[in-house]
Design a protein around this ligand. Structure first.
Ligand SMILES: Nc1nc2c(ncn2[C@@H]2O[C@H](COP(=O)(O)OP(=O)(O)OP(=O)(O)O)[C@@H](O)[C@H]2O)c(=O)[nH]1
Ligand SMILES: [Mg+2]
Length: 364
């Protein structure tokens, strides 16, 4: 990690900071706090280490990660029963039921048929001879798919300071919450974080982000006036990030329907504005998808990807009634890695995605 400890002033987000969002920290009054940071970016490799470190921690958080998915597990538990009594003569019936279990878990028809066909071929050729071998082959198929189609699940933050992460998605998917949780994780690893309240459509949106700024002890830039352009708020934040040595600027954006052309264009403007301030930024454009919407998330992902180029997915609400198979469908179809999963509303409830852990959890 870094050699030097840096101290930066912070302030509790409140109305006065909103009205004067670009006031230099050094002149801010009263509620300033001082915080220690273990390291600060600027050295080559910091961002790479940060991405890796966060991912490694995922492995130790396995229980929490998949405390959700109970519905998926229930649906897929049928597979264990089926395979326990499997014999060759029963193959067609067992594979039909396995197909149904995968479909109700939102694996989607395309990937389900691929899995079942592959298992059938291996059973008929004598390669798979027992229920447990079939189960292992099923898990391996899904794992291979996840790791081959979208291997880079770590954040890719480039090497220029500040790295910029934009969070996009449809209304209510969990963008602001995920951004807050991500700020918490990154800050815990020692990064100096600035939040940008790029959701300028809803008056309450920046208040919500200010709560997260306060909760995580991060600074925030909000719009100076009503009806400000999102691109202007975001680019001001990135400028401040650059001038004041922030490691990462996390940009919230408004929820928008992927079918609304003018709102989607607004995202392109945000992306351009950021790239004018820091070459190569935004480094990550994370699409937040609500896990409870199941396969309906696919058209959203396609559209956002086409318009701004999505670098990673955040699947939220997996603690609820989400069906885990949709993760596999999205990765299979779009080849975009899932980078994080949301497993609750708390500040710690965002976990890095790890394919092996995921497969073990849903087929446990
Ligand atoms: N259970 C659960 N709830 C979540 C999760 N992520 C977000 N939520 C909740 O989902 C609701 C919407 O979250 P927001 O972060 O406001 O969603 P958003 O995408 O920013 O919404 P808009 O800005 O209105 O488009 C809130 O009540 C969150 O607490 C999650 O992983 N699990
Ligand atoms: Mg929001």
């Amino acid at each position: 990690m870094a050699s030097s400890l840096s101290r930066i002033p912070m302030f509790t987000a409140n109305r006065s900071t909103r009205q004067q969002p670009l006031t230099p920290s050094s002149t801010l009054p009263t509620t300033r706090r001082v915080s220690r940071f273990r390291c600060s970016a600027g050295q080559t490799g910091f961002f790479t280490r940060l991405g890796r470190l966060i991912k490694e921690k995922a492995k130790s958080d396995v229980d929490k990660l998949f405390s959700g998915f109970s519905k998926t597990r229930d649906n897929l538990a049928v597979i264990d029963e089926l395979l326990l009594y499997w014999n060759l003569a029963d193959t067609d019936r067992v594979l039909d039921e396995l197909e149904e279990a995968l479909l109700v878990s939102d694996f989607g028809p395309k990937i389900t048929f691929k899995i079942v066909d592959s298992l059938k071929e291996d059973i008929l050729s004598g390669k798979l001879k027992s229920g447990s071998e079939i189960k292992d082959a099923l898990k391996k198929f899904v794992l291979d798919l996840l790791t081959s189609k979208a291997p880079k699940t770590e954040l890719q933050l480039g090497f220029r300071k500040p790295a910029v992460i934009m969070i996009v998605g449809v209304n209510g998917g969990g963008k602001t919450t995920s951004l807050g949780k991500l700020a918490n994780r990154l800050k815990k690893e020692g990064a100096k974080i600035l939040l940008a309240a790029g959701d300028t459509f809803r008056a309450a949106a920046s208040d919500q982000l200010e709560v997260w700024a306060e909760r995580t002890g991060c600074e925030i830039i909000t719009a100076e006036k009503a009806n400000a352009k999102a691109s202007s708020v975001i680019s001001q934040a990135v400028k401040k990030g650059k001038d004041e040595g922030y490691d990462i600027v996390l940009c919230d954006t408004s929820g928008r329907l992927h079918t609304n052309y003018s709102l989607m264009e607004d995202l392109i403007a945000c992306k351009k504005a950021v790239s004018k301030v820091v070459a190569g930024a935004p480094n990550e454009i994370l699409l937040v998808l609500d896990g409870t919407t199941g396969l309906n998330m696919l058209p959203q992902a396609r559209e956002f990807n086409e318009v701004v180029g999505i670098t990673g997915l955040v699947l939220t609400k997996l603690d609820g009634s989400a069906r885990g198979g949709c993760v596999v469908s999205v990765v299979d179809e779009l080849g975009i890695p899932v980078k994080f999963v949301g497993v609750g509303e708390g500040v710690e409830d965002l976990q890095p995605f790890d394919a092996e852990t995921f497969v073990n959890a849903i087929f446990s």
